[in-house]
Structure formats: structure tokens, C-alpha cells
Design a protein around this ligand. Structure first.
Ligand SMILES: *Cc1c(COP(=O)(O)O)cnc(C)c1O
Length: 229
């Protein structure tokens, strides 16, 4: 039997206390989210705007992280529904979010998503990250809090570790207090590399619906398909 509360508490006891856990609840029902909240989870990550808005009605008193691809035509909805956007990876997306945040009269905390994995579609290269960080810092309605990255899949542990160390070095150049690296399968390597925040889905909620586990690596599910339904 799966017990979400038990899984969350076990993960919380294994992950060092100074490292935050974002419970990634994409494709999970609101009832699963409630069980995680009951077990103490207070940070939640979602990849799809429409799904998140539907679920957020039942999610009071938690911090909502957007971790999916930022489509500029969704910037308004993202800025309105989320407390923090972890996945800003290009100037266009930052400008659209800043404009949306300005309309809402708020300052939106963001992370810069950097690409440390050959198989990953999104994220700015570590070389270009400091320059984009500079541009974001000039935007009055965004607050750049640090860096997010998705680790490589299908490589050995040493390569995962090396990729996360690259993210950590990029973080020192970008600045901020948050280094969001590590997921259910690789959080130990991420913590060893200096992670301050992991994003764990399946380790807490169990396996997701098939569309997210077959062809696509995490973070690469085509949002268009989901949003059309
Ligand atoms: C889905 C997803 C996660 C969680 O993945 P798990 O392997 O289930 O822990 C973390 N980060 C991002 C960006 C994701 O898309």
C-alpha cells in the first residue's frame, strides 16, 4: 500500500534539514496533495498551469512553485497562480513574467533554469546564465533568488554528480540563496553538490500517470498537449 504521508516523512528525515523539499504534485489528484500537507509538506511544485489552478483551490497556506516550461502566452496565468517560478530560462519568458507581475502589482521571485544535461530541452547554458541573470536583476517586478537545474538521466552517478557541481558553480556566478537541484532519483548527488532545495515527485506520491514516465524525461512533457484537454 502506498502511504503518501509516510513517504514524505521518511524523505524529510533522510534529506538534511537545511535542504527544502518541494513536493512535485503534477498529475496527482488534490486528495494526494492533502495527504502530503497533513504530513507537513508546505512547498508544492506543478508543471501545468491549468491543472495547477484547478488543484490550488484546495491548497491553502502552501507555497506554490511553477517548475514547468514557461510559455510566454501563459505568463499572466503563471504570475497570478504561483508564488515562485523556478523555470525562467530565456529573456522572453522573464520579460513576459515581469510584465504580468507588474500588472498584478507584485514582485515575483524566480530562479534561472540552467541546462546541465544533454538530453534536456530547456534551460539556458551555464555560460550565458550570468548575462541573463543581470538582465533579470534589472526587472523591477522579478526578484532573482538563484538557480534551478534538472540532472542528466541514463548516466552514471559520477556524471550526475559532476553535472550538479557544474550547476553549483554557475549558481555562485548568478547569485541568490536558492540552488534547486535534485529529484527523487538523484537528490543525494544534488545534496552532495550543495543543493538547498530538492524537487521530489515520485518519492512522495508514487508513480505518475503514463504520459509522464514513458517517452519524456521529467520536465519535458509537452504542455500544449495537456492544456488542450
Ligand atoms: C517532474 C519533475 C520533478 C519531480 O520528478 P520526480 O522524479 O518524480 O521526483 C522535479 N523537477 C521537475 C522540473 C519536474 O518536471
Amino acid at each position: 500500500m502506498t502511504d503518501i504521508g509516510q513517504r514524505y516523512r521518511r524523505l524529510r528525515s533522510e534529506v538534511p534539514a537545511h535542504v527544502a523539499i518541494v513536493a512535485v504534485s503534477k498529475l496527482q489528484p488534490a486528495s494526494a496533495v492533502s495527504r502530503a500537507i497533513d504530513a507537513g509538506a508546505r512547498d508544492f511544485g506543478e508543471n501545468y498551469v491549468q491543472e495547477a489552478v484547478r488543484k490550488f483551490a484546495a491548497m491553502q497556506g502552501v507555497t506554490k512553485h511553477f517548475i514547468g516550461h514557461v510559455q510566454t502566452n501563459k505568463a499572466k496565468a503563471i504570475a497570478a497562480a504561483f508564488d515562485l517560478v523556478q523555470s525562467v530560462d530565456r529573456l522572453d519568458a522573464a520579460l513576459a513574467l515581469s510584465k504580468a507581475a507588474a500588472h498584478l502589482g507584485k514582485v515575483l521571485p524566480v530562479l534561472l533554469q540552467i541546462n546541465i544535461s544533454p538530453g534536456e530541452r530547456f534551460g539556458i547554458s551555464p555560460q550565458e546564465a550570468p548575462q541573463l541573470a543581470q538582465r533579470i536583476r534589472e526587472m523591477e517586478n522579478l526578484r532573482l533568488d538563484g538557480v534551478m537545474a534538472i540532472g542528466p538521466v541514463g548516466v552514471d552517478r559520477a556524471q550526475v554528480q559532476a553535472a550538479f557541481e557544474r550547476a553549483a558553480r554557475t549558481w555562485t556566478k548568478v547569485g541568490g540563496t536558492v540552488l534547486s537541484i535534485g529529484m527523487s532519483g538523484d537528490w543525494r548527488e544534488a545534496v552532495a553538490a550543495g543543493s538547498t532545495m530538492i524537487r521530489a515527485g515520485s518519492a512522495i506520491f508514487g508513480p505518475r500517470a503514463a504520459k509522464d514516465t514513458s517517452k519524456h524525461a521529467p520536465g519535458q512533457v509537452p504542455e500544449e498537449a495537456e492544456e488542450r484537454t
